[in-house]
Design a protein around this ligand. Sequence first.
Ligand code: PXL
Length: 281
Amino acid sequence: MSDKKLLTIQDVSCYGQCSLTVALPILSVMGVETAILPSAVLSTHTGGFKGYTFRDLTEDIPAIGDHWKKEGILFDAFYTGYIGSKTQLNYIKNIVRECGKPDALFIVDPVMGDNGKLYAGFDEAFAAEMAHFLSGANVILPNLTEAAYLVGDPYRGEGYDRDYVEGLLPRLSALSGGDVVLTGVSYDPAKLGVATYRADTGRIGYYFEERIEGSFHGTGDVYASCFAGALTRGYSLDDAAALAVDFTVRAIRATLPERKEHWYGVKFEQALPYLAERLFK
Ligand code: PXL
């Protein structure tokens, strides 16, 4: 078992299988002690439900950080996801600075959008703040939409090639100074996967799986949670990126038989035994 302690900072979408309701079970199965800092509480996620509630917890964050500091609570890793406001980014940076063990990992999934569009409540000004927030992260995990907003490129849809991706990776890395896992990369219509970039060597890697047609809500969070757990446990960048692809694909496949009714998330629970077996067999 790992004795690593991770803090994940993202929203509680009470219903809808994303953010903390997927991060916590995945990280627990991976044997990583996980503390949470909820950025907001929503009745559901914003990707398809109407009339959801949204309570912003920005003002609670500094007091929570101050208490942890007084208690001497320190983390081996930080993993941030959906952040509800610009002010929060500064508060969170402080907690990462003050509550990390030496060499603590800082993993940022710059959750802002997908399929060329920003999620409800996000705008270009937030994307600019997020680009700034990335500074000092060990690994960032944007999808192609988030990557375009972070560097200020137009979103290209499917109209990109290897040269574009391989030029984009160092530009993303320059924002953080760290490694990059770019998700949703495809050069062949039958395959979908991730590109990895090592900041120290400039080495680019890929990991692809058979493409499953369509878009599945929450898979970015499933992917990032599994990646964060693996990296915290000592996996290399490429091994963590590949394990998270394998797990996410299984979570999507488990959802396919009930895809219509289960449109709001993926049945990642059914893939947890696979993950446990990969880690502990
Ligand atoms: O899965 C990303 C995510 C997280 N949290 C909330 C969301 C979304 C995507 O729509 O709405 C509240």
